[in-house]
Design a protein around this ligand. Structure first.
Ligand code: 13P
Length: 257
């Protein structure tokens, strides 16, 4: 089963609209073959219209980093899936550990958002991952399985097959302490097995599962050489256009089948 790897940048709370436009100009020469790699930039909400516009003829998909699950309503400060869809946004990160930690997102709200994403033609990038205490206590797999099963609850097989899951161990995010490729492969193949249990093997074979946590142009190829790792969700190293382009090049060079 060939899965197309997906390299996604998560800009977090970085870049003004002008800085986002400057980035777009610098990556406008990208010639990524869509049969070899999907590339995505997940930017702050206010930069999304400019990025959609500037990159419309460039093979870079645009994603949000969060959204509400309702289509509209009295939810001050929130952005709805309808709004993102109408802009031409194609992806949305859901349940990033920073949202779970600082903004009280739960497995339940993650599940609502995943369903809302599918209802509005947005591809959800669902983040899961353990913290250091859980890792050291040997609870990684139990915890991650629980997060994954909660996120996919109630999805149809057709929807589940289109999921993108990002395994991001919290201790590896922004720390420079990346997981070894082998450890990431071990957890990611376990996640695939959990998806097979919740749906079936055919669905599990189609779900794309990224690794995230201190991924850089220098180490991304090691992750890509693992059979179950289908790309990366990259924070810091996605901010500079040169670095983002190098990440994509490393993936195209490192995984062609
Ligand atoms: P870093 O690549 O900066 O470690 O961030 C990872 C991340 O949280 C991506 O969502």
């Amino acid at each position: 089963m060939k899965r197309i790897p997906i390299v996604a940048g998560n800009w977090k709370m970085y870049k003004t609209v002008d800085e986002a436009k400057e980035f777009a100009h610098k990556v406008s020469g990208l010639h990524a073959d869509k049969s070899q790699v999907d590339t995505v930039i997940c930017a702050p909400f206010i930069a999304l219209p400019a990025l959609v516009d500037e990159l419309k003829n460039v093979p870079v998909g645009i994603g949000a980093q969060n959204m509400h699950w309702e289509e509209s309503g009295a939810y001050t400060g929130e952005v709805s899936p309808v709004m993102l869809e109408s802009l031409g946004v194609q992806y949305v990160i859901i349940g990033h550990s920073e949202r779970r930690q600082y903004f009280a997102e739960t497995d339940e709200t993650v599940n609502k958002k995943v369903k809302a994403a599918f209802a509005h033609n947005l591809a959800p990038i669902v983040c899961v991952g353990e913290d250091l205490t859980q890792r050291e206590a040997g609870q990684t797999k139990d915890f991650v399985r629980k997060q994954v099963l909660a996120a996919v609850e109630g999805l149809t097989s057709v929807q589940a097959a289109k999921l993108i899951i990002a395994y991001e161990p919290i201790w590896a995010i922004g720390t420079g302490k990346s997981s070894s490729a082998q450890d990431a492969q071990d957890v990611i193949s376990f996640i695939r097995t959990a998806v097979a249990g919740a749906f079936d093997q055919q669905v599990a074979d189609q779900v794309r599962i990224q690794y995230g946590g201190s991924v850089k142009p220098e180490n991304i190829a090691s992750y890509m050489s693992e059979t179950d790792i289908d790309g990366a969700l990259v924070g810091g190293a996605s901010l500079a256009p040169e670095s983002f382009l190098k990440l994509v090049e490393a993936v195209v060079g490192g995984k062609t089948s």
